[in-house]
Ligand binder design. Structure first.
Ligand code: ZN
Length: 157
């Protein structure tokens, strides 16, 4: 097992040239601009309906956010979670925040389905090497997501 010494040793303010998200002005192929984050839903997720939410300013840990930022991020998280469920009919949502290799705060959303290949255990993204979308399915998921987000506008505190 690799220990903590294998984690990259950088400061928690590695924005600018050291952060690929900040350097690129955000992630590639943004599906929707949320209140304080960017939503992506790329073709290479380990399960249909996989999404990723990137906080819009550079931060590493959830505890780096101010109370207001944290509340706003949670509003985005809840809205995305509801939209994924509406778009996919998922039976359960799994959420993951790691940031060990990409040190810019982001949350993974894995919708779970009855009988999915990881039933009874966590998603293992490395176990999925084949595409999870048939031709046209990702575009249809994007359309459903945008419709679900439009049907559930942000509720500002
Ligand atoms: Zn960054």
């Amino acid at each position: 097992m690799s220990g903590p010494s294998h984690l990259p040793v950088t400061g928690d303010d590695a924005s600018g040239p050291d952060c690929p998200i900040c350097r690129g002005g955000g992630p590639r192929e943004v599906l929707a601009e949320m209140e304080v984050s960017w939503l992506t839903a790329g073709p290479d997720g380990p399960v249909r309906g996989y999404c990723c939410l990137f906080f819009r300013r550079h931060a590493v840990e959830l505890h780096d956010l101010s109370a207001d930022e944290g509340a706003a991020f949670m509003r985005d998280v809840q809205r995305v979670s509801r939209a994924i469920q509406a778009a996919t009919g998922a039976a359960k949502m799994n959420y993951e925040v790691h940031g060990n290799t990409l040190r810019h705060l982001h949350m993974h959303f894995f919708p779970r389905y009855p009988g999915d290949r990881f039933e009874g255990r966590p998603i293992d993204p490395r176990a999925v090497t084949e595409p999870v979308y048939a031709p046209g399915e990702l575009e249809e998921f994007h359309r459903r997501m945008l419709r679900a987000l439009a049907d559930d506008p942000p509720h500002h505190a």
